[in-house]
Design a protein around this ligand. Structure first.
Ligand SMILES: *Cc1c(COP(=O)(O)O)cnc(C)c1O
Length: 371
């Protein structure tokens, strides 16, 4: 860590703690969602920690993300949640991955590719119960599962849906979607075709709507210790896993009425002490003006001017004792002060999901508590 200008620390004990809490609260087995580079945290160590804490499955969105886990020697069940091109069906079967299938043509093509390779591909049938994204409608559910079952080279292991408003706990939509999914499962059950694993609930659904969870839950954001939304904060006990740090790269005194950085978007009023932090928008910050802060010397200080690709400037007047090489915190705690991903999300007008998922892959990750 010490020989990097900026780095991320991920606390794997926090990940294990959060996985266990989700299992306890929902009383359901956990499929840990590690898509998007494990929400920016780093997929391989996070996946290992999740499995150590009892997660049964891993969820990714792209087959390449699954490949990265298999390459690391992780042999747990993995589902690729989003679209996979059918010509990858043989490779997926070879790696013992499950793919999501939500379309008859897609099913036929996956079947053709898998059976031509002499393989059996595990699929989860996806149903649209109201999200209006991927999935087969309730009216077509039985016919779709019959088709999947009739096609060679496919094995139907799961049924799934996804909730649109689970992080808005005051709304009834999640209950309606869960009821629709329950009806679909009932129809399949009656026909003797209910797949063994039915899953639906993201973090917010698992926390807010116990009736929405079915056989397993699919939490993402909560296992990183981050709130599903401002209206749906995590209960106590969860711990944020990620801290983003940097080293103070330079200190200078800029005279009064002098512009700072590109396009002089900040001008000093008096002689000001300015610090340079070696992290920029290529690392996941944003150029939004007057929207960034950082911690140094246990104090929260404002970023001034535009964030550059690889560095930024900030006010150092409040921290006269600061020296080159001092630790800066961009996300996390320092002494009594803290900047949460949620605080940054609010300042940028986005979600904590986007803040952490967009952290640059070039920032080295260090994993605390690895076993
Ligand atoms: C991302 C995702 C999840 C996890 O959602 P969180 O809100 O992060 O808990 C669950 N299911 C599907 C299909 C997803 O795409």
């Amino acid at each position: 860590m010490d020989n990097n200008p900026t780095w991320i620390e991920v606390d794997l004990d926090a990940i294990r703690n959060n996985i266990r809490l989700m299992a306890e609260i929902s009383r359901k087995p956990v499929m840990a969602v590690v898509k998007g580079y494990a929400y920016g945290h780093g997929p391989v160590p996070v996946s290992r920690a999740a499995l150590e804490a009892g997660a049964r499955w891993l969820c990714v969105s792209r087959i390449d993300e699954a490949l990265c886990l298999r390459d690391a020697g992780i042999d747990a069940p993995i589902i690729v949640l989003a679209t996979t091109m059918p010509d990858k069906a043989a490779q997926a079967a070879e790696l013992d991955l499950s793919l999501v299938c939500y379309d008859a043509q897609m099913a036929r093509e996956m079947s053709a590719v898998a059976s031509a390779a002499g393989k059996t591909l595990k699929v989860h049938a996806k149903f649209d119960t109201g999200m209006a994204r991927l999935g087969v409608a309730k009216e077509d559910a039985l016919e779709f599962v019959r088709l999947l079952r009739s096609l060679p080279g496919l094995q139907v292991v799961g049924a799934m849906t996804h909730y649109a408003l689970a992080d808005e706990p005051e709304k009834n939509t999640t209950r309606e979607q869960a009821a629709c999914f329950a009806e679909i499962l009932e129809i399949l059950q009656t026909a003797g075709l209910r797949p063994p694993l039915a899953h639906a609930a993201n973090s917010a659904a698992a926390l807010n709507f116990p009736e929405s969870t079915f056989d397993m839950i699919r939490p993402g954001i909560s296992i990183y210790g981050l709130n599903p939304s401002p209206e749906s904060p995590l209960p106590s006990g969860f711990k944020p896993a990620l801290t983003w740090k940097a080293r103070l790269a330079s200190i200078k005194t800029i005279p009064a009425r002098h512009g700072i950085g590109y396009n002089y978007r900040y001008t000093t009023t008096s002689s000001e002490r300015i610090g340079i932090c070696p992290a920029g928008y290529a690392d996941g910050l944003r150029r939004k003006l007057n929207a960034n802060q950082l911690l140094i010397g246990g104090k929260k200080v404002p970023v001034v001017g535009t964030v550059c690709m690889d560095q930024l400037m900030f006010k150092l007047d409040q921290v006269p004792e600061a020296r080159l090489g001092d630790e800066i915190v961009l996300i996390g705690r320092q002494g009594e002060a803290s900047i949460r991903a949620e605080d940054i999300a609010e300042a940028w007008g986005t979600t904590n999901y986007e803040v952490v998922t967009c952290l640059g892959h070039r920032v080295p990750r260090f994993f605390l508590g690895a076993r």
